[in-house]
Ligand binder design. Structure first.
Ligand SMILES: [Zn+2]
Length: 332
């Protein structure tokens, strides 16, 4: 939490991860929430963990928790980003995806129908257009039985999604989450998919034109850096770590995907409530100085101030760290 606060974050979304079993592996964060010691607002989706046994897991979780449970600092949001491992098209930009096993449609359809019938929003990890094609087949089948338009479901990543599949997703009322994974993976991506696809991936301008709710993030911290400023730099300038530019600009609606419209990411009265999160970070709010990233806050055990003179380059950060009882020291 301190590391996220240092980067100016007051709110994050947790799309699950392998080996994160609810509720056992969530005890520390649940305890901090009970003690009202969270300095970061966390919305979390529950991800299927045991290949082939995901439906049983979701049946068990549905008896323990439901979307909306929690409070403004820790709230359960739904299922994903893997509902089933059979629908995982794990990203490696050095290779094109070689397809799901035939069992994918049956397993994904079973879990998706189960969570949708219970009103759970869901997120699905989908990178390649060929896998998005098959996942949307399943969504279309489930949508015939369970209305999905108001469920705030969506796909994550979508680097190579085609126009045709964007249209299918829009018709189904889906949203898209994108991350700056190409910021560091650009060379491999261009070698595999070509410069033309690379320059447009993901197709942010088209997503916005079509009015599809769009959320931006980092995919930190396993697949990418958790530093949001690298993502914002890539979104605003289109430049990658290698210096290539696709000339994109974007604004995003993360709050929509989290049912937090009006509470987060907005100007106006909702924004004035933001200091609640900041106040838990310590005595000082995030600096509003003209420096692009400057955070200064105090925690119970230490005080930390940080400054990035060149905000897009994490390596240029100079931090000043002082722990109670110790002399100030400089670190890089
Ligand atoms: Zn993912």
């Amino acid at each position: 939490m301190r590391e996220c606060n240092r980067l100016g974050l007051t709110s994050v979304g947790d799309h699950g991860g392998s080996g994160q079993f609810y509720p056992n592996d969530y005890q520390i964060i649940l305890d901090l929430a009970r003690r009202k010691e969270l300095t970061l607002r966390i919305g979390y989706w529950l991800m299927g963990q045991k290949r082939g046994e995901e439906l049983g897991q979701y049946e068990g979780w549905a008896k323990m928790v439901k979307p909306g449970d929690g409070d403004g600092f820790l709230r359960m949001l739904g299922g994903g980003e893997y509902l089933v491992w059979a629908a995982a098209d794990v990203a490696n930009f050095g290779y094109d995806f070689n397809g799901f096993a035939p069992v994918m449609e049956k397993e994904l359809g079973g879990v998706m129908a189960f969570v949708a019938q219970r009103g759970w929003p869901f997120r699905l990890h989908t990178v390649y257009d060929s896998s998005i094609e098959r996942v949307l087949n399943v969504v279309e089948q489930v949508a015939k039985e369970v209305p999905l338009e108001r469920l705030r479901w969506g796909l994550e990543h979508c680097e190579t999604i085609s126009e045709r599949n964007l249209e299918r997703l829009a018709k189904l009322g889906g949203s898209i989450g994108i991350q700056n994974r190409i910021y560091i993976g650009e060379n491999a991506f261009v070698r595999t998919f070509g410069a033309e696809v690379g320059a447009a991936a993901p197709p942010i301008a088209r997503i916005r034109e079509m009015g599809i709710p769009l959320a931006a993030g980092t995919d930190g911290n396993r697949a990418n850096s958790h530093n949001p400023w690298l993502s914002i730099y890539w979104l605003v300038t289109g430049r990658t770590a290698g210096g290539a530019s696709s000339g994109m600009t974007a604004t995003c609606s993360v709050a929509w995907t989290r049912c937090d419209t009006g509470r987060k990411g907005a100007r106006g009265p909702a924004r004035r409530r933001e200091p609640r999160a900041r106040s838990r970070q310590g005595s000082g709010p995030i600096s509003r100085s003209s420096r692009p990233i400057t955070s200064a806050f105090r925690t119970r055990r230490s005080s930390v101030s940080s400054r990035c003179s060149r905000w897009w380059a994490a390596k240029s950060c100079t931090r000043r760290i002082r722990t109670r009882g110790s002399r100030p020291r400089r670190s890089r």
